[in-house]
Design a protein around this ligand. Structure first.
Ligand SMILES: [Zn+2]
Length: 298
């Protein structure tokens, strides 16, 4: 496989036909320098005969290449997971659970569950991305408004904080968006997790932005006239995100909105290497950690 050219459909089919092939590929990505015991950190293992499991040479703890990741205790074959990852990576618009269920001939509930697990891996992979330099910050609202028909602030929609970091030439680099309240503690917590102190943050003059960003940041804010072109990069990303959600994933509930945000960001932050989305997503899956994560209902 040529890394730059990405993987053709034919190559993918030939390469990942069997459980063993998928497992070996995952193994290399999870443990590129050889097996490391998730329990004791020891290296070296025995492969258990006839099973996809390994026993640590030091503590004897049994493990598998999927244990602890978003594939933990999956009942679906790895070949199905790989197909799903391939299809998700191939189309920049994403794939819905209904489409995946029909393409792979699996139950809708399995397709839905699988896609959410993949989004979880994407979100975890980008968790440590730091937005530095100049950062544009804005609030955004998603979901249907309640009966009063208002738009934006003051509605019953789900609120989120969106931020884009800019290169020295003023081009967008990384994008993050987090479902969040917009009060001072929430804005402060998201900012501190995402933007290192000392960075320059541009936003409008929302009171909680001013209070939360007063300390530690060079905060530039002003009341922007509509259509002024201010905060253009973060506004563009938010509109692209809306189009992405409407294209494939319309009618989203608040509970899983963050998963779709994470998928959009994962794609955007790798937009210069679209052909590498498949291997990048497998790496994200191999590095994911699902343990302690149980708020995903089937
Ligand atoms: Zn061990």
């Amino acid at each position: 496989m040529s890394q730059e050219k990405g993987m053709s459909f034919k190559e993918f089919r030939q390469r990942f036909q069997t459980e063993e092939a998928c497992e070996a590929y995952l193994f290399e990505r999870r443990w590129p320098d050889g097996f490391i015991c998730p329990k004791c950190g020891g290296t070296g293992c025995y492969q258990l005969r006839g099973r996809r499991e390994y026993a640590c040479k030091h503590c004897r703890r049994q493990s598998s290449v999927t244990a602890g990741t978003v594939l933990h205790r999956t009942h679906l074959p790895l070949t199905i997971w790989f197909w799903a990852i391939y299809l998700m990576a191939r189309d920049k618009r994403g794939i819905s659970a209904a489409q995946l269920s029909s393409e792979l001939e699996i139950a809708y509930s399995s397709a839905w569950y699988l896609l959410h697990r993949l989004r979880k891996a994407m979100g975890q992979r980008d968790q440590d991305y730091i937005l530095s330099g100049i950062v544009e910050l804005d609030d955004a609202y998603f979901g249907a408004p309640k009966s009063n028909g208002k738009r934006g602030r003051g509605t019953e929609k789900t609120s989120a904080l969106a931020a884009v970091s800019l290169s020295e030439q003023g081009h967008p680099r990384f994008f993050k968006i987090q479902v969040s309240k917009l009060d001072v503690p929430a804005v402060s917590a998201v900012a501190r997790r995402t933007v290192p102190p000392g960075s320059e943050i541009h936003s409008d003059a929302l009171g909680s932005f001013r209070a939360a960003l007063r300390e530690g940041y060079a905060h530039h804010y002003q009341v922007f006239a509509k259509g002024s072109g201010a905060l253009r990069w973060v506004h563009t990303r938010i509109s692209n995100l809306r189009a992405f959600l409407q294209g494939t994933y319309h009618g989203l509930g608040k509970k899983h909105l963050q998963g779709y945000f994470d998928e959009f960001c994962f794609r955007f932050n790798r937009r210069f290497w679209p052909n590498l989305l498949f291997p990048r997503l497998v790496c994200a899956v191999a590095a994911s950690n699902i343990l302690g994560y149980d708020d995903l209902t089937r």
